[in-house]
Design a protein around this ligand. Structure first.
Ligand code: PLP
Length: 388
């Protein structure tokens, strides 16, 4: 056997689609001594996580907890519990992750009814309403913040659809929770999930989920047992309740990290946090546009957490990303699916959403683009002027 040296990852600034760079307090929390999952101190940690999650989701839902696994586990947890064999699910498809919802609906034994919209364009609620009229859907699913395109779906009109059909609203808030208002109860959302590694500000590994009473009634009325043991919400619920019925060994250190990240959110306050995400995104957009580059999404539909920039003609997008990483230690993301090679995805999420990070990225990008022969204007100056 060779002698293995300790693994020492470089210190990068993570401005891609996630994971995002976290606050040092969160990393420090992960180094705390392990506790058993039934230790009273650990149970207190779980209780507090639930309480703070209710604040972040803006919900009174009793069943609000961490599903073990990344954002996809929350997607699967909500779908596998709510779908019974043959259930129709109307899925609004306008990006990579709404396609994944369709895939999971079918894997859960449901029938995905796709209402398609152009990638990067918001869903047209009138078309959704007429699609709802012509099917037997029991669930309407959509992505709030589409990470593949940088588009924010206005979910504020969801409730109006209840007059068309009494469906369950399922919302993917993976790239919005903690950075953009979700308003779970206010918007009538019945099942919602997110992740820890984006605007929540912790490493990947857990998925916040919340189920309304209406959603739980559907779960309780199931004819067949939930197909997935690991993500069965009735078992997760008993594990997270006072009963503490063993279900799985909690990823203890990941919970410590999430607890600290949520504490940081509570300290900052949600309103102030949303404002910070908005301001830094607008500042980045001002810089990008002053450089002569274009954003993909129309201004009123842009996400504050994930900014998509069109790659200028003649520029090698992968080379620019590689140079950002190798020469400046900054990670940004590439396009997915039909947008592969056509856009850069710049995340400004959680602790990574700062004025300094925006200026750092703009100055590095400007330098690289100029050295690649592009006539770029001064993004840094415009961003500085914007933020004054
Ligand atoms: N949904 C959206 C909108 C996402 O952006 C992602 C991942 O980026 C997922 C779901 C899946 O989350 P994860 O990669 O954490 O499993």
């Amino acid at each position: 056997m060779p002698e293995w040296t300790p693994f020492r990852p470089p210190r990068r600034l993570l401005l891609g689609p996630g994971p995002a760079t976290v606050d040092p307090r969160v990393l420090q929390a992960m180094a705390a001594p392990l506790l058993g999952y039934l230790d009273p101190f650990f149970q207190q940690c779980m209780d507090e996580i639930q309480e703070m999650l209710r604040y972040v989701f803006d919900t009174k839902n009793r069943v609000t907890l961490m599903s073990p696994g990344t954002g996809t586990s929350g997607m699967q947890c909500t779908l596998v519990n709510l779908i019974e064999a043959g259930d129709e699910v109307l899925v609004c498809v306008n990006g990579y992750f709404s396609n994944r919802i369709c895939d999971l609906v079918e894997r859960c034994g449901g029938k995905a009814i796709r209402v398609e919209f152009e990638w990067g364009q918001p869903i047209d609620m009138d078309r959704v309403a007429s699609a709802l009229k012509s099917c037997r859907a029991v669930i309407l699913a959509m992505v709030h913040a589409e990470t593949s395109t940088g588009m924010r779906q206005p979910i504020e009109r969801l409730r109006e659809l209840l007059s068309v059909r009494d469906v369950m609203f399922l919302v993917d808030a993976v790239t919005s929770l903690g950075g953009i208002p979700v308003g779970t109860d206010h918007n009538g959302i019945d099942a919602c999930y997110s992740c820890t590694q984006k605007a929540i500000g912790a490493p990947p590994g857990l998925s916040p989920v919340t189920f309304s009473e209406k959603a739980l009634q559907k779960v309780r009325a199931r004819k067949a047992i939930c197909r997935d043991f690991y993500l069965d919400i009735t078992l997760l619920e008993r594990y997270w309740s006072k009963e503490r019925v063993y279900h799985h060994t909690a990823p203890v250190s990941a919970h410590y990290a999430a607890h600290e990240a949520l504490r940081l959110i509570a300290e900052e306050g949600l309103e102030a946090r949303w404002k910070r995400h908005e301001q830094n995104s607008l500042m980045l957009q001002a810089g990008i546009e002053a450089m002569g580059l274009q954003m993909l999404v129309a201004p009123q539909h842009r996400l504050w957490t994930l900014n998509t920039v069109r790659v200028p003609e003649g520029v090698d997008e992968a080379k620019v990303r590689d140079r950002l990483l190798q020469e400046h230690n900054i990670e940004i993301g590439a396009g997915l699916g039909p947008l592969k090679g056509r856009i850069w995805r710049i995340g400004l999420m959680g602790a990574a959403s700062t004025r300094d990070n925006v200026l750092l990225l703009l100055s590095a990008l400007e330098k690289i683009l100029k050295s690649e022969g592009l006539k770029a204007g001064s993004g840094v100056k415009a961003a500085e002027a914007y933020s004054q």
